[in-house]
Ligand binder design. Structure first.
Ligand code: SF4
Length: 446
């Protein structure tokens, strides 16, 4: 970087984001902070003055991906000011500080202050540094929070809005309580303000995100209270919630699904259908609890779309445990599954439990069985929509790749494609579903 270009009015910043929807939402918010400070946010493929890597630490291979990307960026652009932040910066600060070429490392307690931290560093005349500046505290605050900056742009149709961070559940396999700290919630009014800003920009749907979303609680107001408050936001048509722990979904939340702006869509991590494995995972429900909850939700919520994460090859998972998972999935009306082959994460409780690892060839076979099952479930769910009319929110980009086709999602998360000679991007329109091809429903505007 050329220090003669300070102050930073014409500097560019590129974000490289790994991991979950929450990371994406936080990158978007930080992009807003940098834009407000005068930077231009550019595509990550561009050679930028500053690169921010928003890392994931959920598996060791996610950390290896970060290290690979750091080397790749520096090879292409050795002069870029490189900032590494989020989960890997929190738990892997010692490994990162030894990597040449990193200029700034910001752990979880400091990440949302990145524009100011970098501004200060550059304001003192820093170009590339011989040693990284490190902003890191082993302890992460438990206080409720506001976000210092909001996204000012979003390339997606449905912005992710962060409302919660951290987790107190400490499942045996999970590093997140260590990387993101304990549960805390974003201030109620701060959430309302951000959502109102998105709606004023013309976005009709937002997705509420957090690590343990159902634990949202700010001054005695929970997720259901937030849904009611968001119902009053002008211009907003839909609120979707991202993944939510089954034990944290309140009856009130189910009542609101489909009866307010809250979409009838639940992504409920299952992880395993075996009580033996669920207990070793430290999950807070049994197979029977999960089945009861899903049956209640299906009875209560019309057109509910049910998705789940399933982990395959957790240590100690024998044939019997795996087929308990298969039988549970066959039993329940899932619309789709996200299948995750297990990989051990250093620093978690599980590493000390001495359980027998499952060979990787078996994990691959079992994952394939579940992916095939997921395809069948999705087909059944989509087929049930044929002959009916759903409102579809069309994507801002033409995802199908042919100029006259547009695709979007129904409130219950069916992807639908229609042919149109006018631009449908960003519009919420009724569509008659005629059939299903591949992984999409096909319809006509009705
Ligand atoms: S609920 Fe369990 S898996 Fe989910 S973030 Fe918390 S500890 Fe991790």
């Amino acid at each position: 970087m050329d220090p003669s270009r300070l102050p930073h009015r014409d500097l560019t910043v590129a974000f490289h984001t790994f991991g979950c929807r929450l990371n994406q939402s936080e990158s978007d918010s930080l992009g807003g902070g940098f834009a407000t400070a005068g930077y231009t946010v550019v595509d990550p493929a561009t050679t930028a003055d500053l690169c921010v890597i928003n890392t994931c630490s959920v598996t060791e291979s996610a950390e290896a991906d970060t290290r690979r990307l750091i080397r790749k960026i520096l090879k292409k652009n050795p002069n870029t000011f490189l900032a590494v932040t989020w989960c890997y910066a929190q738990v892997g600060v010692d490994a990162l500080r030894k990597m040449p070429g990193i200029d700034l490392i910001a752990g979880s307690g400091h990440k949302m202050l990145l524009p100011a931290l970098i501004q200060n560093a550059l304001g003192k005349g820093f170009g590339k540094l011989s040693e990284p500046l490190i902003f890191h505290s082993p302890k992460i605050s438990k206080d409720d929070f506001t976000l210092p900056t909001f996204a000012v742009f979003n390339h997606q149709t449905r912005p992710n809005v962060k409302i919660q961070d951290g987790c107190d559940f400490f499942c045996s396999f999970c590093i997140i309580p260590y990387t993101r700290g304990r549960e805390r919630s974003r201030k109620f009014d701060d959430v309302l303000l951000e959502v109102s800003l998105w709606a004023a920009q013309g976005f009709q749907e937002i997705v509420l995100t957090g690590v343990n979303l159902g634990e949202y609680s700010c001054e005695d107001r929970g997720l259901a209270d937030l849904i009611i408050a968001l119902d009053a936001v002008k211009g907003l048509a839909r609120v979707r919630i991202s993944s939510i722990e089954p034990t944290t979904v309140s009856p009130l939340l189910l009542d609101y699904m489909g009866n307010t702006k809250l979409c009838p869509h639940l992504h409920l991590p299952l992880q395993s259908g075996s009580n033996n494995i669920l207990s070793k995972m430290g999950r807070r429900y049994t197979r029977e609890d999960y089945i009861t909850f899903v049956n209640e939700a299906m009875d209560k919520v019309q057109n509910l779309s049910l998705g789940a994460d399933v982990m395959v090859g957790f240590p100690g998972e024998g044939e019997e445990e795996f087929f308990e998972t298969v039988s549970l999935i066959e039993l329940l009306p899932f619309a789709y599954l996200h299948v995750f082959p297990f990989s051990m994460r250093e620093g978690t409780r599980l590493t000390r439990m001495g359980l027998q690892n499952v060979p990787s060839s078996i994990i691959r076979q079992r994952s394939q069985i579940l992916r095939d099952l997921s395809k069948k479930k999705k087909q059944t769910f989509y087929n049930a929509a044929i002959g009916r009319v759903f409102d579809v929110l069309f994507e801002n980009n033409n995802a199908v790749g042919v100029p006259t086709f547009y695709s979007g999602y129904t409130d219950n998360y069916i992807r639908v494609r229609v042919r149109s000679s006018t631009n449908l991007a960003g519009q919420l329109l009724p569509v008659f579903i005629m059939g299903v091809t591949g992984d999409m429903a096909v319809g006509v505007l009705s």
